[in-house]
Ligand binder design. Structure first.
Ligand code: SF4
Length: 481
């Protein structure tokens, strides 16, 4: 594999703080993000406010996901049987390597060297495009935003709007540079840009024999897959090629069509702030004479059963990838998605990535949050993201306990525990700290603390210690200990 699972190639290493520091220096990026997230956020709040039973819908979505995850094995087997019954083939992939190999073998078996793709986070997660390229197969992204990212040799930064970090003039430059068919004098007018992309893609749609997709939902009772998109490009990918390969995370299963109905109401309002989704494609196996005549479903685990085992993190598998949590997150709005070094950025990425990969491999992500709770408030399936973040932070701390040399934080916490364990020690420490505080403070504020403590004051001021502690006040006013 050309990249490790969930990590993105070409990204800066060193974790979220370093990548965020780098992103914060990019003022154009911050302007683009602020404009885009503010617009989507405002529209979403308006359309969600139109529904009197929005909270009941959210609760229904949460309950369906919870029940499905509790009986995931049963629904997956039901899905498998229904897909096979309708002429499809089902493959099970334990990890990214297996899923990539299965998909590549299927394309090779058709003797093809080109595939068209519908926007799919699962295929991004497993690094499918890179794997196909290593095997001599070119994958063409057909979603407009994914196309911009692919042509720009860039990485996506938003679940729904992967090119959110690019403005119109930057997109125009990419098109002029990368599209041979682009008309002379292309402007940055959105209609002109969309027409240029359409021209570029049309040829691929008509020539490709294999299409690759993900799916937003998979209905167990009928083996039906659903792709929800806004442009219609997905529909062309799903219907024109002779062979369709769908790579779908095992958590995407929903038991029945009645359950699907709930999510088809929750998703468009939460994601693109639309009352109804423009293009919802549904297909069940193979229909003779209509659409692809060969259908393969690859069911992907890739760490999901590890998340399922964890009673607190499990709720993150309920995510329907609406991106509402990204658009309200003050951290995401300033750093953008690439700082998370994961296919899944923002608050959901901060919990899903470490839960799937293991906290040792993404130890800084659970801290990429102010724990303000805005993500929880907007999540259409009520994932308690702050709760999972705190749980994962505890796991990060626990994962460092076995080290022979304790971290600075662990040593400091041990010392604090020793001090807090005794009233006398605490009082002596407070007196000493007050003396130090008196020397360092200016106008009641400590701007920089000495030694390793400077990390705290690098990004915030610390208040000077008060002249009197609570215990001293108590003794003075009540005359007792
Ligand atoms: S966690 Fe919730 S709000 Fe965020 S993308 Fe998933 S479903 Fe949407």
């Amino acid at each position: 594999m050309s990249r490790s699972f969930l990590g993105l190639p070409g990204r800066r290493s060193g974790g979220f703080p370093e990548a965020a520091h780098h992103a914060l220096a990019d003022t154009q990026l911050r302007r683009n993000l602020r404009k885009a997230t503010t617009t989507i956020r405002t529209k979403r709040a308006r359309v969600v406010g139109e529904l009197a039973d929005w909270e009941e819908l959210r609760e229904a979505g949460r309950a369906i996901k919870e029940r499905t995850l509790r009986h995931l094995d049963v629904y997956l087997e039901q899905l498998e049987s229904a897909v096979i019954e309708r002429g499809g083939v089902v493959h099970w992939a334990r990890d990214a390597a297996e899923a990539c190999q299965i998909a590549t073998d299927l394309v090779k078996a058709k003797g093809e060297t080109e595939v068209v793709k519908v926007k799919s986070m699962a295929t991004d997660e497993i690094g499918l495009n890179e794997f196909l390229a290593e095997n001599g197969i070119s994958a063409y992204e057909t979603d407009l935003a994914e196309l911009i990212v692919q042509l720009g040799h860039d990485k996506q930064s938003h679940i729904l709007v992967p090119a959110i970090h690019k403005n119109r003039s930057e997109i125009r430059e990419i098109f002029i540079r990368e599209m041979p068919s682009v008309p002379a004098g292309l402007s940055d007018d959105p209609v002109e840009l969309a027409m240029a992309a359409r021209q570029h893609l049309r040829e691929k749609f008509l020539s490709a024999k294999v299409g690759i997709s993900g799916a937003n939902f998979a209905v167990a009772e009928t083996g039906t897959l659903a792709v929800v998109e806004s442009e219609g490009n997905g529909r062309m990918c799903l219907t024109l090629p002779e062979t369709l390969i769908s790579i779908v995370g095992i958590e995407k299963v929903v038991p029945t069509w009645n359950d699907l109905e709930v999510f088809l109401q929750l998703l468009p309002r939460s994601s693109t702030a639309e009352r109804m989704n423009p293009y919802t494609s549904l297909w069940s196996g193979v229909t003779p004479g209509d659409g692809p005549q060969e259908f393969h479903l690859i069911l992907l685990d890739n760490g999901r059963t590890n998340v399922l085992k964890d009673e607190v993190s499990r709720q993150s598998l309920a995510c329907i990838r609406c991106s509402a949590c990204l658009n309200v997150c003050p951290v995401y709005e300033r750093t953008g998605g690439q700082a998370y070094n994961s296919v899944y950025p923002g608050p959901i990425g901060a919990i899903l990535t470490p839960a799937m990969k293991g906290v040792e491999k993404a130890a800084t992500l659970p801290y990429a949050s102010s724990l303000c709770g805005a993500c929880y408030d907007v999540c259409p399936v009520k994932i308690n993201i702050p709760e999972v973040l705190v749980h994962l932070r505890a796991e990060v701390v626990d994962s460092k306990r076995h080290r022979r040399l304790p971290t600075g934080e662990a040593a400091a916490m041990k010392a604090m525990a020793w001090v807090f364990d005794s009233p006398e020690r605490l009082e002596r420490a407070q007196k000493a700290a007050r003396k130090g505080s008196g020397v360092l403070a200016r106008d009641g504020i400590i701007g920089r603390m000495p030694g390793p403590l400077h990390v705290w004051t690098d990004t915030r001021d610390a208040p000077a210690l008060p002249a009197e502690t609570f215990r001293e006040w108590w003794r003075r006013t009540r005359g007792q200990r």
